[in-house]
Design a protein around this ligand. Structure first.
Ligand code: ADP
Length: 431
């Protein structure tokens, strides 16, 4: 089209400039007029060319100069191409941005690196896992930043079918599961998953199984020993001895039963307990029945009082609350020497509902206080066993209170006594 137009322009000059001038003034003036016209045309083209070069040197999205004649067509074609290129560029940058956002939102740490192990990308989780920063560490060699020999060996091995467990990175206490995934053209991804919590839970599970086995082993050994003894040589023992051994067997059976009951209670609490709806629980009758249980356990050896300062109704699970409160009252009896005093108090204090169990018992040294609600944690193992403890009572209390958005406060002084306070939020009080 441009060439067509140029051809017709030259033909027009020949016809309308050369021919009339040559006819009127002679051939040489005709040629001079043509040359002048061509020179003017050249200047005009040079002017447009300069505009075009000026535009090419500027940013791609700057407005195109306005042209005339053939330049108008050339600029229009150029303009169309620029628009297509700009929209392709926008599409590409949108896609990259979406990819980067997805990359950062991944639930695992990801570092992309090239065949020379130089880092291309680091997502936010990987920055946290390895204490790296994408801004400063991009382009660095991976092994300069993660120098642990175990990691370097894994990276160099080329065997990535199995993940590696990585401890001892720059972030203390973090255990990572790492896997390298090669992709594309000599590119690879280093994927990291934080398994510290999983590992802690696994350790807790192992400890728990070891503790339960240990707790069951002792009574089982006693029961098995005496049962075998009696069944082998029943006649050689006096009636008194047989009675004594059977009593011991019953005691150990009771201990195993209590342990299994507490384990079942804990497991029920962990798997959702008594359901999802709270019931109104009248505190007064519940505490009277707990007082009666505590008096039965004490068998008259302690002075036990119950004070209800503000009769209340709690929103909660009745059986769970009963179990938690009687654990606290039972502990006070078991860890207070005969002649001691135990006070059970219910009050509403500064808007909180509080159940307080205060005793004048053996007390607890301060270093034990933070761990008391752990399963099987005991200050004095033999005292706990002597008094029929399972080591799970306060763990149950803690679980129940947490399920009721309540807290447990423990104050104690060795030799003087302890004070356990279960504190319920205002929202738990119905009246
Ligand atoms: P246990 O069955 O051994 O009593 P708990 O979980 O109920 O287990 O209590 C954990 C430990 O806390 C007990 O072994 C005991 O050492 C200590 N403890 C609990 N209550 C009291 C208390 N009122 N006075 C002194 N020590 C207590």
């Amino acid at each position: 089209m441009i060439w067509g137009r140029s051809f017709w322009l030259l033909l027009a000059i020949a016809c309308f400039v050369f021919a009339p001038v040559a006819i009127v003034y002679g051939l040489s003036w005709g040629l001079t007029a043509v040359i002048v016209c061509l020179l003017l045309m050249l200047c005009w083209h040079l002017l447009h060319l300069r505009q075009l070069v000026g535009w090419l040197e500027g940013p791609l999205n700057s407005p195109l100069p306005r042209g005339r004649g053939v330049w108008e067509i050339a600029f229009a074609v150029l303009h169309r191409r620029v628009r297509i290129r700009l929209s392709q560029q926008q599409l590409l940058s949108d896609t990259i941005e979406r990819f980067v956002r997805a990359f950062h939102a991944l639930p695992e740490g990801v570092i992309a690196f090239d065949r020379h192990q130089h880092i291309d990308w680091i997502n936010e989780l990987a920055e946290m896992h390895f204490a790296l920063s994408e801004a400063t560490d991009r382009g660095q060699a991976l092994t300069n930043l993660i120098r642990h020999p175990d990691f370097v060996t894994y990276l160099d091995s080329g065997r990535y079918a199995e993940p590696m467990i990585f401890r001892g990175g720059r972030v203390d206490g973090l255990t990572l599961m790492l896997q390298i995934i090669p992709y594309g053209n000599d590119q690879s991804l280093l994927v990291s998953r934080d398994i510290s919590q999983l590992e802690r839970m696994e350790a807790m599970r192992r400890d728990f199984i070891a503790n339960v086995s240990h707790e069951l082993k002792t009574p089982l050994t006693v029961v098995a020993g005496f049962s075998e003894m009696l069944s082998d040589d029943y006649e050689t023992y006096s009636l008194e001895e047989v009675k004594h051994y059977l009593t011991l067997i019953c005691e150990q059976n009771g201990r195993m039963k209590r342990l299994i009951d507490d384990l079942l209670t804990l497991s029920a609490l962990e798997t959702g307990g008594s359901g999802s709806n709270h019931d109104p629980v009248a505190v007064e009758p519940m505490l009277h029945s707990i007082l009666a249980d505590a008096q039965a356990l004490s068998a008259g050896q302690h002075e036990i009082t119950l004070t209800i300062e503000t009769p209340s109704v709690l929103a909660g699970y009745a059986n769970e609350l009963r179990s938690a409160f009687s654990n606290l009252a039972g502990n006070a009896v078991r860890y207070t020497s005969p002649g001691g005093r135990i006070d059970l108090i219910w009050r509403v204090h500064e808007g909180f509902g509080e159940f307080v169990v205060a005793d004048t018992g053996i007390g607890i040294a301060s270093q034990h206080l933070p761990r008391l609600t752990e399963r099987f944690y005991r200050v004095d193992r033999s005292r706990s066993r002597e008094t029929g403890g399972t080591g799970l009572g306060l763990a149950i209390v803690k679980h129940v209170l947490t399920r009721h958005h309540a807290t447990l406060e423990i104050e104690s002084e060795p030799g003087k006594g302890s004070r356990f306070t279960a504190r319920f939020p205002e929202s738990s009080l119905i009246n």
